[in-house]
Design a protein around this ligand. Structure first.
Ligand SMILES: Nc1ncnc2c1ncn2[C@@H]1O[C@H](COP(=O)(O)OP(=O)(O)O)[C@@H](O)[C@H]1O
Ligand SMILES: [Mg+2]
Length: 312
């Protein structure tokens, strides 16, 4: 059975939900980062790691001849790529090319058709039985899934739960963390994203920028080792974009999360990533450091894509 969008064991909602839309209110000059982030930035400079963020042991990712089809539409064509442990990689490519599908496969929200996806030294969609590789059972998927968190374009907060419960529901139900510990961690993460005062608010009472900060905190509350970001600022009002990007950049720098980020925002991609992968027609077209891919791409398809992005 293909995994449903609301996976049975993980309460993270995966599709835009009517109730979770921003209410149109604006924050005005939203502070760039939560105050703990700036404190931690100083800590980081002083060599003290940020206590709330994952440190150590992040696995790499590897796609090996991954095929994904929707009916006759072959979206991933024997796709191969790797992300090293703790590496931060940005994925760029035309709309509709399959970037979200890549992330959703890693979240087990879409089912793999062919090939292998590795997280560290384990396959996500397969497990070993009597020396043979067989399709993963729910228990294997459940264990693998715990390592991966995602922040969505449309925030996807639980619309019927306040901010605190958005952050504690997963840790308590999926990770088996005690309520007290989950609440303590939620407070600390809300402080990190600059929203300590919104702990009792409902998603509809928050602006888009605030909802996305809560969504980031919620993803981190699950203590993932791999974090996936899917065009996380594209649904935000322009004046809120930089604040959320700064927050994510600080989080990325102060943790050793393995990061796979889909974005069209070149400045953000340069800021956040070690490497950029240009993806189109089911495969990686070229890859390299952000400065080279954005400044001097070698493939015509990359040049065309970047020109189109700049023109939009
Ligand atoms: N659940 C689905 N059912 C059918 N087709 C889908 C589904 N999800 C994505 N697709 C198709 O797969 C292709 C890639 O989509 P997507 O991964 O969302 O692209 P991108 O994120 O690069 O814009 C598109 O043609 C899209 O219509
Ligand atoms: Mg997409």
């Amino acid at each position: 059975m293909p995994p449903t969008d609301t996976t049975p064991d993980a309460p993270t909602p995966q599709e835009p939900e009517g109730g979770a839309k921003p209410d149109g209110t604006r924050e005005g000059a939203e502070s760039a980062v939560g105050k703990s982030v700036s404190t931690r930035k100083e800590d980081a400079a002083a060599g003290t790691p940020a206590a709330d963020l994952p440190q150590g042991g992040a696995p790499g990712i590897r796609f090996e001849k991954v095929v994904k089809r929707f009916g006759d539409n072959v979206v991933l064509r024997e796709l191969d790529f790797t992300v090293a442990p703790g590496e931060r990689v940005t994925l760029i490519g035309p709309s509709g090319s399959g970037k979200t599908t890549i992330l959703r496969l890693l979240m087990t929200l879409e089912k793999l058709d062919e090939g292998l996806i590795w997280i560290g030294d384990q396959t996500l969609w397969h497990m070993e039985r009597n020396g043979k590789r067989v399709p993963a059972n729910e228990k294997h998927l459940h264990e693998m899934r715990k390592q991966v968190g995602m922040v969505f374009q449309q925030f996807n907060l639980f619309p019927n739960m306040n901010v605190l419960r958005n952050l504690t529901e997963g840790p308590v139900r999926v990770l088996g963390v005690s309520k007290d510990e989950a609440v303590e961690r939620a407070r600390s993460l809300l402080d990190l994203v600059g929203l300590a005062d919104k702990i009792d608010a409902h998603p509809t009472q928050l602006s888009g920028g605030q909802q996305q900060r809560v969504a980031i905190a919620r993803a981190l509350a699950m203590q993932p080792k791999v974090l996936l970001l899917d065009e996380v600022t594209s649904a935000l009002d322009p004046e809120l974009v930089v604040g959320v990007q700064d927050l994510l950049r600080d989080i990325a720098r102060q943790s050793d999360l393995t990061l796979l980020c889909v974005t069209h925002e070149m400045a953000f991609a340069k800021d956040i990533s070690d490497r950029v992968l240009m993806f189109d027609q089911g495969q990686i077209v070229e890859e390299g450091p952000p400065d080279r891919i954005f400044g001097d791409p070698s493939e015509q398809r990359t040049r065309d894509f970047l020109q189109a992005v700049l023109a939009s």
